[in-house]
Design a protein around this ligand. Structure first.
Ligand SMILES: C[S@@+](CC[C@H](N)C(=O)[O-])C[C@H]1O[C@@H](n2cnc3c(N)ncnc32)[C@H](O)[C@@H]1O
Length: 264
């Protein structure tokens, strides 16, 4: 389903009647009206498989599917050995999902929560999947970047995150799938050393992309670079051949074969 088609479905306001109670001959009706942010449209199983392949999901991962529908992504993740959690606002979907997990024999590795995805703490997950809407992805984007640990993988079916370009984009049977690796934080000033020569790095960060300057012997040189989780790769042009420097960010330091730095 395309985003405009999804929006049309949403605009016809989806409402769910939650409860009906009969007590002592009186009819008491409990009605909780819940407005869904995204209509229910399931992801085909071959696309689910591909999403989890892109995330390189393993048994050591904790996966969350935001807006989990009938639980197919959660159940597939659990079949691959991961612990997995799904959240959906619609209680009918949660009932279906629990039933599907039982049938698949993975009930012990999954949790389904009936609730609002905007209220879920997501920081424990290191794999996040979503089939939501562009606007919902954009609302979630700052939380994904600040709450998930560097290196966590996020896969979205159909919808991108605008300026946060994906680290991978594939098309499966006409469906767009996007993967992002949550980048570490590298913005700021670093005292660096490479090949025995010291320099100051001043980095600007836009999602996983880095730009800035390196100052060596009082002379500035342009820097471009990229983050992949906590792996940092920089290209610095001091004149002559641009240098390719690589390292890992850990505890406010960068350690690598040809790059060492500490925050200044
Ligand atoms: C497009 S479906 C995706 C289902 C499943 N993830 C899949 O890919 O097969 C979106 C799901 O999000 C749920 N949903 C919509 N708004 C929500 C909200 N605010 N919090 C939690 N779930 C929500 C809907 O009930 C629906 O099941």
């Amino acid at each position: 389903m395309t985003e405009p088609a999804m929006r049309t479905q949403i605009s016809s306001t989806v409402r769910i009647v939650l409860g009906l109670a009969l007590f002592a001959g009186l009819v008491g009706i409990t009605v909780a009206q819940v407005r869904l942010d995204v209509p229910y449209v399931p992801t085909p199983q071959d696309v689910v498989d591909r999403m989890l392949d892109m995330a390189k999901l393993t048994k050591d991962d904790f996966h969350i599917d935001l807006g989990s529908g009938d639980g197919r992504i959660v159940v597939t993740a659990a079949k691959r050995g991961a612990r997995s959690l799904g959240i959906d606002l619609n209680p009918d979907r949660i009932a279906e999902a629990n039933e599907n997990a039982k049938k698949a024999g993975v009930a012990d590795r999954v949790t389904f929560v009936q609730g609002n995805l905007f209220e879920l703490k997501i920081g424990e997950a290191n794999v996040l999947t979503m089939y939501l809407l562009q606007g919902v992805n954009l609302q979630l984007r700052p939380r994904i970047l600040s709450e998930l640990r560097a290196g966590s993988r996020v896969v979205s079916h159909a919808f991108s995150m605008n300026e946060w370009e994906p680290d991978q984009h594939v098309n499966v049977n006409g469906r767009n799938l996007y993967l992002w690796i949550v980048p570490d934080k590298a913005e700021g000033s670093w005292q660096a050393e490479s090949g025995g020569r010291k320099f100051t790095l001043n980095l600007k960060q836009a999602f996983q992309k880095l730009t800035g300057t390196a100052v060596r012997d009082g002379k500035p040189a342009p820097v471009t670079g990229q983050l992949n989780g906590n792996s940092i790769e920089l290209s610095i042009d001091f004149g002559g051949q641009p240098m390719q420097l690589r390292g890992q960010i850990k505890n406010n330091a960068i350690e690598g074969d040809n790059l060492r730095a500490t925050r200044s």
